[in-house]
Design a protein around this ligand. Structure first.
Ligand SMILES: [Zn+2]
Length: 409
């Protein structure tokens, strides 16, 4: 007969007085954690005859999976697209600071840069687990340089590139290091992009469509070749037209291969997308919506001048412009504020708003068996939130890594 702790000597934590997000519903249940994983209490009671070592009263908090930000260019004065000798310390600073905004893992994002920047920065980025040192790193998101000149947005035209001469070899020559790369944003209308999309997909790298003038059939072809994501829907693509809805049309396309889901990033900061457009996207394709911050170095700092790769950006409130222009360039929104804005703008449920920042990005990256849910045996990366979705405390692998000063449990 198994006795208490026959499976493990590690302490068992029981989070009580909470509602936990599980199976798309907030449920009044306790959350059990052991050795950094979510524990199935039934197995614990009946198979192991075990019980909690430590009970923690969550004071009627909501418990949700930690947020996952798949597009973040920097923050707190750090710009991931700058070629420094010490990229690690910048990434570490951001990964530490975003814990207070509920982000437990993320994809550092590089905007269009000269090859020398990729060659210097990419070898310094490594996938790593989160912990008290900061949010986990899931791999880099490379946005450009293989994007459209007409929809370059804040990307410097001088460094845009094509696949004309060698297709995937062009990409390889530009980036050189792909080991840490998780997502590549490219424009699918570029010549030979199909070969590139297929090869990236074959290597397990997620292809995202963006900064593009692609029509719908080009976008559908890219999806058939493996693309699964759309970079900041509505921004830097053809506007929706009823006879050719462009990339936006993927949300309701009937040409998506069976059992495939196209996800799309939304910068829900109240600036990049009108709330009505946010509602259109959400109502058309709720299960594909992935909240991203697209945050730049100015996030978390006072308004003023900051960088975004090779460009200078002026930050004024929540507006960010390439200096001297009205070209939007990333955001200064935090992930928790994007979740709250999404909830308010769409009138969706709390569950839906939380899943757009956790379950959906995890599904996009194919890591939902580890992160993005509170399912049993998943990593115990989770948040305690109040009813208006302000973060009270952040946990990674079952360990509290941040909490509000006034919130003690
Ligand atoms: Zn962009």
């Amino acid at each position: 007969m198994p006795s208490n702790k026959s499976v493990s000597d590690a302490p068992i934590f029981q989070f009580t007085n909470c509602r936990i997000l599980r199976s798309h519903q907030l449920q009044r249940e306790d959350l059990w954690v052991r050795e950094g994983k979510i524990l199935n209490p039934e197995k614990l009671f009946f198979d192991e005859k075990g019980s909690a070592d430590i009970q923690l009263n969550c004071k009627d908090s909501i418990i949700a999976p930690g947020f996952i930000d798949v597009q973040i260019n920097g923050g707190f004065g750090v710009d991931f697209s700058l070629a420094t000798d010490d990229v690690q310390s910048g990434i570490s600073l951001v990964s530490q600071k975003i814990l207070s905004h509920g982000v437990t893992s993320f994809c550092p994002t590089l905007v269009t840069s000269p090859p020398s920047v990729y060659h210097k920065v990419l070898p310094q980025i490594s996938v790593r687990n989160g912990g008290p040192h900061g949010a986990g790193i899931l791999g880099a998101h490379l946005e450009g340089p293989f994007i459209s000149k007409e929809k370059k947005g804040a990307h410097p035209e001088h460094y845009l590139s094509t696949f004309d001469s060698g297709a995937f070899q062009d990409l390889l020559a530009t980036y050189r290091y792909l080991d840490c790369v998780r997502i590549v944003t490219l424009a699918p209308e570029m010549k030979r992009s199909s070969e590139v999309i297929q090869e990236l997909t074959r290597r397990g790298i997620c292809v995202s469509l963006g900064h593009s003038v692609a029509n719908l059939s080009q976008a559908e072809e890219a999806v058939r070749h493996g693309a699964t994501f759309i970079t900041h829907l509505f921004n830097a693509m053809l506007p929706f037209h009823h006879r050719d809805p462009g990339i936006v049309g993927l949300l309701t396309s009937d040409q998506i291969p069976a059992r495939r889901r196209v996800f799309y990033g939304m910068i829900s900061d109240g600036i990049h997308t009108n709330p009505a457009a946010l509602r259109i996207a959400h109502r058309a394709h709720p299960k594909g919506l992935v909240l991203v911050t697209d945050a730049i170095a100015g996030m978390g700092l006072a308004p003023g001048r900051h960088t975004l790769g090779q460009q200078v950006v002026e930050v004024d409130g929540l507006n960010t412009y390439i200096a001297g222009t009205k070209t939007l360039s990333g955001s200064v929104a935090t992930m928790d504020s994007c979740v709250r804005h999404f909830l308010e703008a769409t009138g969706c449920t709390v569950e839906t708003a939380l899943e757009a920042a956790s379950l959906h990005p995890a599904q996009l990256l194919g890591i939902e068996h580890r992160k993005g849910t509170l399912n049993y045996d998943n990593d115990a990366d989770f948040l305690l939130l109040d009813n208006s979705l302000h973060v009270r405390a952040t946990y990674i692998a079952g360990e509290r890594v941040w909490s509000q000063d006034i919130f003690t449990i």
